[in-house]
Design a protein around this ligand. Structure first.
Ligand SMILES: Nc1ncnc2c1ncn2[C@@H]1O[C@H](COP(=O)(O)OP(=O)(O)OP(=O)(O)O)[C@@H](O)[C@H]1O
Length: 300
């Protein structure tokens, strides 16, 4: 697997505040990586250092083996940051053409229009007349203009309507299939769950979880099987198994907390228990996120 980003011991202090503290990770070609974490966790600071826009206090960021600040690296990177500041006074089509000209290998204007969902009307508008959502689409087109190998998006879908979001994420998946590497931050966990094949979860300047959405959910969120029964079920019947972590009654239902709901179901059927209304709850990423970002200190 080709490594595109190599980060070692990355640290950034602002006066006596450590915004990013000794972070190390690598990202491979074609990965879609979601950077998650509560406000102030260090996501933007890390991203700015990856982009070569902020100097680390310690440690380094290598992109394709060279320093993130070097010029030939910049040509390979496309960026969409939170504040979309687009040159006023130009029409959308003009600014996209202008930015394309800076790059040796740009995408064609037609392709950019097609994949970002901009329409003919949008193209004729002056940028200052665009709505927030339209500005984001233009920002997306500008990030892609140079046909970059790596794309960075900082909370890309804020302000986008449902159809714009859909187009955006479909395009992102398509780009990853073509071998582009995508790194994005978001506060919408569902997006990370749906699109990312890897999540880096930040808390207080460090990475507290690194894995696929499923790995993170499986390890941390609660899964349960619950049912109603008229009979009495000895607790030992389930608690004796290592895959069962807890068992309790709530609102007339018995809940069995577990790491593996399939094994609990098999046990219920094997024992021919007289139960009804069986419900299976798989974990949600939100639960895992809440657990990890509260007091939980375990690193996975
Ligand atoms: N230029 C700066 N000067 C001083 N402190 C800063 C600066 N930039 C960031 N910080 C601090 O560093 C910490 C991390 O900030 P950062 O913006 O990286 O967090 P974040 O995870 O991106 O948060 P959010 O989800 O709110 O965007 C915060 O405590 C922030 O106040």
């Amino acid at each position: 697997m080709e490594r595109v980003i190599d980060i070692k011991g990355l640290t950034k202090s602002f006066k006596d505040k450590k915004a990013v503290a000794d972070v190390t990770f690598t990202i491979n070609r074609g990965e879609i990586v979601a950077i998650l974490g509560p406000n102030g966790a260090g996501k933007t600071t890390t991203m700015l250092m990856m982009l070569g826009l902020l100097s680390p206090t310690k440690g380094d960021v290598k992109i394709f083996g060279v320093d993130a600040k070097s010029k030939n690296v910049r040509e390979k990177i496309g960026v969409m940051l939170q504040e979309v500041s687009i040159m006023d006074g130009l029409k959308v089509k003009e600014i996209i053409s202008l930015i394309r000209n800076y790059y040796p290998n740009p995408y064609s204007l037609d392709y950019l229009i097609q994949i970002t969902g901009l329409n003919e009307d949008d193209l004729k508008k002056r940028t200052e007349k665009l709505s927030g959502g339209q500005k984001r689409r233009v920002g997306f087109a500008l990030a892609l203009a140079g046909n970059p190998d790596i794309l960075f998006f900082d909370e890309p879908t804020v302000g986008m309507d449902i159809s714009a979001r859909k187009i955006f994420w479909e395009t992102v998946k398509e780009l990853a299939k073509q071998g582009k590497t995508i790194i994005f931050s978001t506060h919408y966990l569902q997006e990370a769950d749906d699109v990312a094949n890897r999540i880096l979860l930040f808390k207080e300047g460090t990475i507290i979880a690194d894995g696929t959405p499923d790995e993170i959910k499986k390890k941390l969120s609660k899964q349960s099987v619950s049912f109603i029964t008229k009979g009495v079920i000895p607790r030992k019947m389930f608690l004796e198994h290592p895959f069962v972590t807890d068992m309790y009654d709530k609102d007339g239902r018995i809940y069995i907390m577990t790491e593996d709901t399939d094994l609990v179901l098999a046990r219920i059927f094997d024992l021919k228990l007289n139960v009804k209304d069986i419900r299976v709850e798989k974990g949600r990423l939100e639960e895992a996120f809440e657990q990890l970002t509260s007091e939980h200190k375990e690193v996975i």
